[in-house]
Write a protein that binds this ligand. Structure first.
Ligand code: ACM
Length: 721
């Protein structure tokens, strides 16, 4: 009989609060200052203090010292920016001491990275001026210093350019918008006109607001790709004599600017107006995801490649970016571009934003270029932040807050003398799936708080994640009381699955936040092996459930469904490792009895392979009869994820035999929505080892998302019966 066992673990409750006489603690600050000390336990009402302010130019740039001592407050800052940071710290001290009292304290603080940015895409969806200002306020509160404003896209042009009125009347609008996820087929549309733009007056207002908070606004004007909306307004800027329409769905489009003199004049005019609005020394010119189809077909482009002695279309993109860079440099500004601007040769003074990983950033730093790190694996806040099924629809992926907090923008394998080129990092908020600002708050606010500490304190000064989480909870309470739709996944329990030397499998619950209570239910009398470790043996098919609570707050249940099968916990080896961005538990993810979510490739149960096949060999515990082997892969072409091109299955009875191929299958007739499954019925006796070789799809064909790139292969549990 399966009985439900309820184990309640209660940790001793020690909660400090400012002003509590028994235990005086420093108020919760994020980012935690570099040096933060309690001088005495004397409590001072911070709201009654006058602060003496002074500038000491001898201090490190942007640094400040804040002291509360002998009933007096003082701020000494290196410069006006340091003064702004001191005031943000003061605001936080007030916000997190609810009775207004703080102990005597001293803070000496400075940022570790020069560039601490947050991005916002207002093209896929746009937000009120008041919301953009609210976003900037939040960045300021957490001491970011750059707001990267993504203003132009295929789906809409959002900045008023007076010389080109059709950017306002045509490019700023689309006829309809995709409903649901891009991967849901067939695509459906809402049929409603959507759009708008920020007037130059509004832009000025936003820039001024940001400036007053120590934040520089970097405008992004995309080129040569992501330019369909501009082409809809001015089709003569394209290579083809066709009708263009502002895009109504997401993705990458083959229609891009043609590198004609007309296009350069247009873009130079646009830049003229842009530089007059933004004091930033940087202008972002995009450069990402520019398919070369139109340039390949264009007689004009081919002649240009030949007359300029360029190697190919990548050389032509490099020429395009280089030419715009010269123009922008001529205005006393510098360009930033996404890492594709490395292809075909990097423009002379460009700063590279490395998003497809860190490799582009490493290459640029090695060539002596400044770099801003924004890899998808740690900085894409449009990805899911929890694997909970109730999360709002997102683009895909999985980026929990911990992965943001524990990230170091300086890659391990970058030589020390090149570290200086890594200016810092940035969180990106692409808004395909965020039609309202409420959703931006949900997706961005939690992770940007973690990022603020990552960038402020840097890799070497970083604290334990559990320390950050304790402080984060106070911040969640604060923003909730301000009506912000901030996500709180801190009580969503994180688990991992482990295997011991003899092949037994365990669920391990990670107690992120100290002082939580965890309720456990499992199908069998599953043993709590070690109070400290919270490991539960997986010994039955069924649901294992865990719920955390802290005070009145209760987390969402963490439910792990286990399906026992014959290869569960067996020895397994992989010929090729999964990509570092999607490593799961390594090969264990394939045979741990647990399947990943069926509608997203997030979490540790899916392994993501890039450019290599799945080649797994499983050695069963004994020689047994096998009826079937089932392979599951993810299918989401919109996210560059394709099922395998072919699958081979090999078996043998013992190590002395050669493997015999029992199945070769190159037909994909079992794709259902996002899941591909192949159940190979083999009915074989005396099987000891199984090898499964699934070839990846290869290069994505023209006309599809990610065309020209190698498709990803995502694999879930291999079920042997
Ligand atoms: C990007 O995410 N296309 C830069």
């Amino acid at each position: 009989m399966r009985n439900q066992l309820l184990i309640i673990i209660i940790f001793s409750l020690v909660i400090g609060s400012c002003g509590n006489v028994e235990e005086i603690v420093l108020p919760s600050l994020v980012p935690e200052p570099i040096s933060y000390e309690m001088i005495t336990q004397e409590l001072i009402d911070i709201n009654l203090l006058e602060f003496n302010e002074s500038i000491n130019a001898e201090l490190k740039d942007n640094s400040y010292q804040l002291t509360i001592l002998n009933k007096e407050g003082s701020i000494v800052a290196a410069d006006s920016i340091g003064l702004i940071y001191a005031h943000q710290t003061l605001r936080q001290l007030k916000d997190y001491c609810r009775n207004g009292k703080v102990p005597e304290l001293r803070i000496s603080d400075h940022p570790s990275f020069r560039y601490r940015g947050m991005h916002l895409d207002v093209a896929r969806h746009m937000y009120d001026v008041a919301d953009v200002k609210k976003y900037i306020d939040l960045l300021a509160y957490y001491k970011f210093n750059y707001f990267h404003w993504h203003l132009t896209e295929d789906q809409g042009w959002r900045i008023e350019i007076k010389k080109y009125p059709k950017l306002q009347s045509i490019a700023a609008f689309r006829d309809s918008t995709l409903i649901g996820h891009y991967s849901d087929m067939p695509h459906q549309f809402d049929g409603k006109k959507y759009g708008g733009y920020y007037t130059q007056e509004e832009v000025k207002e936003i820039v001024k607001h940001a400036q007053s908070k120590g934040i520089t606004v970097i405008p992004e004007i995309e080129m040569p790709g992501h330019s369909l909306a501009a082409l809809a307004a001015y089709p003569e800027l394209g290579c083809e004599d066709i009708e263009y329409h502002t895009a109504t769905k997401w993705g990458v489009f083959p229609e891009i600017y043609c590198p004609t003199e007309k296009t350069f004049s247009f873009l130079e005019d646009v830049i003229d107006e842009v530089v007059s609005l933004f004091p930033s020394k940087y202008i972002h010119i995009g450069g990402d995801e520019a398919p070369k189809d139109a340039w390949k077909k264009s007689k004009f482009c081919q002649e240009l490649i030949s007359s300029k002695n360029l190697k190919d279309e990548h050389g032509l993109q490099s020429y395009f970016i280089g030419r715009m860079e010269k123009y922008i440099n001529g205005k006393g500004k510098q360009i930033i571009g996404w890492d594709e601007i490395l292809e075909g040769g990097l423009a002379e003074n460009a700063t590279v934003m490395s998003w497809r990983g860190v490799e582009g950033g490493i290459e640029a730093a090695k060539a002596g270029h400044d770099v801003i790190m924004t890899p998808t694996s740690n900085c894409y806040f449009d990805y899911y932040q929890s694997v909970d099924d109730n999360e709002p629809l997102a683009i895909g992926g999985y980026l929990p807050m911990r992965k943001v907090y524990e990230w170091n923008p300086i890659p391990d394998n970058l030589e020390k003398d090149k570290h200086k080129f890594i200016l810092g990092g940035q969180g990106n908020v692409w808004t395909e799936y965020m039609p309202t600002f409420d959703q931006v708050e949900y997706m961005a606010y939690s992770r940007l708080i973690a990022l603020s500490e990552t960038l402020w304190r840097g890799g070497s000064n970083k604290l334990e994640y559990s320390d950050f989480l304790e402080r984060y909870i106070d911040h969640v309470k604060h923003w909730e009381s301000e009506g912000v739709n901030i996500a709180n996944h801190t009580l969503d329990l994180k688990h991992s699955i482990e295997k011991d030397e003899i092949g037994k499998l365990y669920i391990k619950i990670e107690d992120n936040i100290p002082n939580t209570t965890i309720k456990v239910a499992s199908p069998m009398e599953s043993r709590l092996l070690d109070d400290g470790e919270m490991r539960y043996e997986i010994d039955e098919t069924g649901k294992y459930s865990f719920i955390a609570s802290k005070g009145e707050r209760v987390g969402r249940p963490c439910i792990i469904e286990v399906e026992k099968h014959k290869a569960m916990g067996c020895k397994i080896s992989l010929q090729h490792e999964p990509n570092k961005a999607y490593p799961g538990y390594g090969a264990l993810s394939l045979i741990n009895g647990v399947s990943g979510p069926q509608d997203k490739y997030s979490g540790n149960e899916w392994l993501g392979f890039s450019g290599v096949p799945l080649d797994a060999t499983m050695k069963l515990d004994s020689t047994i009869d096998i009826k079937s082997v089932q392979l599951t892969a993810f299918n989401s072409p919109g996210q560059w994820i394709y099922p395998p091109k072919s699958v081979e299955l090999w078996i043998r009875s013992n190590e002395k035999e050669d493997f015999a191929k029992v199945i070769f299958n190159d037909k994909l007739d079992v794709v259902k929505n996002k899941i591909y499954t192949q159940n190979f019925v083999i009915d074989k006796k005396d099987v000891r080892e199984i090898r499964i070789l699934a070839q990846d799809h290869g290069v994505i064909a023209e006309g599809n998302q990610g065309a020209g790139n190698r498709a990803w292969l995502f694999i879930d549990e291999i079920v042997v019966k």
